[in-house]
Ligand binder design. Structure first.
Ligand code: DGT
Ligand code: CA
Ligand code: CA
Ligand code: ZN
Length: 574
């Protein structure tokens, strides 16, 4: 389908028109068309073929012609012509977080900024401060964006890689003679971003495995292909390394290629002290292989129990394993509900009932509907009246559901003065209140931290959503003093969220571990805007495992009664 590509070209055209300070209506027409095409669930080529394009809301004759033009020639005339009106590298500057087309256009016209280098120079000049809207704050923000842009590591979000991994693992399981297939590397350790995917296979016919792997759908480049290993690049640029392992060496190889490198270094040190040698082929005493077939056997011969892959980061797990003090980690089966979910009442895509039924199918006992609050108008936040109406709708649906309960919640905005976006009498009528920051990201550390702490001091607030506001690779966290937030969370009995959405993972593993050490409860919420995103709970659960968390530290492991009891007990006396 060419839908995505066409939407991208429309957005790019709108960006360039905005840089050129073109007519507002023309810009909006392209933006609207881009969104319409993005949201289509059918192949746009079919609509074009049947002449139905202009029947779509937001697609006029001009944009319809552009779509047909692109489908027929592979180029979009409108885009190609506006592109030539700006310097060739100018549009790339739009990828810098915090720098929009209006500002790029102004910097180009007023200060002749055409490249990243020229932008960086301009940001250090005094002249820039004389431009309309360009105070020191704005300049600092763009400088921060440039830093983030330059340090982009090119890593892939785990949430984008896992569906690809699942598909490949499925395919490999079907190859003749294949016995075991496993992820390895950072994906098996559930890091939130990965450099590449590593997959290990054992089977009787390595040649068939390699052939199936390099020949699968989506491979655009075979980087290497040998008798027992191969590397490919996929159409989304993801690299995948495959190794076929002898069954007798499976455990040792899985350990080696799961890493982390730092964990492996520690294990090799322990082996050495015992007069043994550890490699990807096994644990050896001289020429004798003392263990290799399973991970468990290798760890046992090293004098310790098996260590979960999420812990293998050399953050104390080897010591804990040696003195038998590894934590009992939370698992997906422990999770009884999702604590953060949007619906079409605000900016989600599904109805409350659809969300609830999907959650029930997932095996949950409850779900919290937490739509946006009134001041977040871009996300269609709920007025007090609509929130109350939503509550009535939830009551109605709850009557129809057996063994499952929809809880009434909100993701209320923490406003720039630290107040929460609904009055107390509204908040106290809900089962669960999440409070989150969605604006005023540029405030000082004192202001942001103060805002979050004031919100936590409101006895109706149960959970702070995505506490740092970061978007992986796209937006730096706001300036928040997390230690102060964690202290206040412990004092007020407010939970902090691990937002499980793949581009947030916020709190991250290190923060969550620290929060729990300070006595804070963690809440896992997927922040789903559609039930199809509900699987991201796995990302949250495994991030919690990377944080060494046991079920007792996680709100969603409580059953509904215990959860509600906990929520009304926590916080200052009420
Ligand atoms: P990534 O792909 O950057 O997200 O991180 P990993 O951990 O998946 O690293 P990758 O793909 O380079 O290698 C997979 C595993 O193989 C790694 O976690 C540990 C092991 N490994 C790779 N190279 C070395 C090495 O030079 N020494 C040791 N001890 N282990 C290595
Ligand atoms: Ca890797
Ligand atoms: Ca690799
Ligand atoms: Zn939010």
């Amino acid at each position: 389908m060419k839908n995505r590509e066409i939407a991208r070209l429309f957005h790019a055209t709108a960006d360039i028109l905005e840089i050129l300070d073109a007519n507002r209506f023309r810009i909006n027409a392209y933006r609207r068309a881009a969104r319409v095409v993005e949201d289509l669930t059918v192949d746009i080529a079919e609509l074009a073929a049947s002449g139905e394009l202009t029947e779509l809301p937001g697609i006029g004759q001009g944009t319809a012609d552009a779509i047909v033009d692109y489908l027929e020639t592979g180029e979009m005339f409108g885009y190609e012509s506006v592109r030539k009106e700006i310097p060739p590298k100018l549009a790339e500057l739009l990828e810098i977080p915090g720098l929009g087309p209006k500002t790029v256009g102004m910097l180009w016209r007023e200060l002749n900024v055409r490249t990243l280098r020229q932008l960086k120079r301009a940001l250090r000049s005094r002249k820039i401060l004389e431009l309309p809207g360009m105070g020191p704050k704005k300049v600092l923000k763009i400088q921060g964006g440039v830093r983030a842009y330059e340090s982009r590591s090119g890593r892939t979000l785990l949430g984008a890689a896992l569906p690809v991994a699942d598909r490949i693992i499925e395919l490999l399981r079907g190859v003749k003679g294949v016995k075991d297939v496993s992820l390895a590397g950072s994906a098996r350790r559930w890091r939130s971003t990965i450099g590449d995917l590593d997959i290990l296979v054992t089977g009787s016919d390595p040649k068939a495995v390699i052939e199936a792997f390099v020949g699968m759908d989506g491979v655009v480049d075979v980087l290497a292909s040998g008798t027992t290993k191969a590397s490919v690049r996929m159409d989304d640029a993801l690299q995948i390394d495959l190794r076929v392992i002898a069954a007798a060496e499976w455990g040792a190889a899985l350990m080696y290629f799961t890493g982390s490198k730092e964990h492996n270094v520690r294990l090799r040190g322990i082996a050495r002290k015992k007069g043994l040698k550890l490699s990807e082929y096994g644990l050896f005493s001289g020429d004798d292989r003392v263990a290799a077939k399973t991970e468990k056997a290798v760890y046992r011969k090293l004098g310790m129990p098996w260590i979960a892959p999420e812990l293998r980061e050399d953050r104390g797990e080897v010591e804990a394993a040696l003195d038998r003090s590894l934590p009992t980690l939370v698992t997906s089966e422990d999770i009884r509900g999702d604590l953060h979910h949007h619906t079409s009442w605000s900016d989600g895509f599904a109805s409350i009932e659809e969300v609830a039924r999907a959650a029930k199918r997932r095996g949950y006992e409850y779900i919290i509907i937490s739509d946006h609050s009134q001041s977040l108008s871009i996300a269609n936040g709920l007025s007090e009246e609509r929130l109350l109406e939503q509550g009535e709708e939830i009551d109605r649906i709850n009557k129809k559901l057996r063994g499952f309960r929809i809880l009434k919640g909100t993701e209320a905005d923490i406003k720039s003065d630290g107040s929460v976006d609904y009055p107390d009498e509204i908040l106290s009528g809900l089962d669960v209140v999440i409070a989150s920051i969605h604006s005023g990201f540029e405030q000082s550390q004192e202001q942001i931290t103060g805002r979050i702490i004031s919100a936590m001091e409101n006895p109706n607030v149960d959970i702070i959503g995505h506490p740092t506001g970061r978007l992986i690779e796209r937006r730096e966290p706001y300036a928040v003093d997390l230690d102060a937030v964690m202290r206040a969370a412990a004092e007020t009995g407010t939970a902090l969220e691990i937002n499980c959405h793949d581009e947030r993972v916020d709190l991250n593993d290190i923060h969550a571990r620290r929060a729990v050490e300070m006595g804070v409860m963690i809440s896992l919420g997927t922040d789903s805007h559609d039930p199809s995103q509900g699987w991201m709970m796995d990302i949250g659960v495994h991030t919690a495992r990377r944080a060494w968390l046991a079920p007792q530290s996680i709100l969603n492991t409580l059953d509904r009664r215990a959860l509600l009891k906990h929520l009304s007990r926590s916080g200052p006396a009420r």
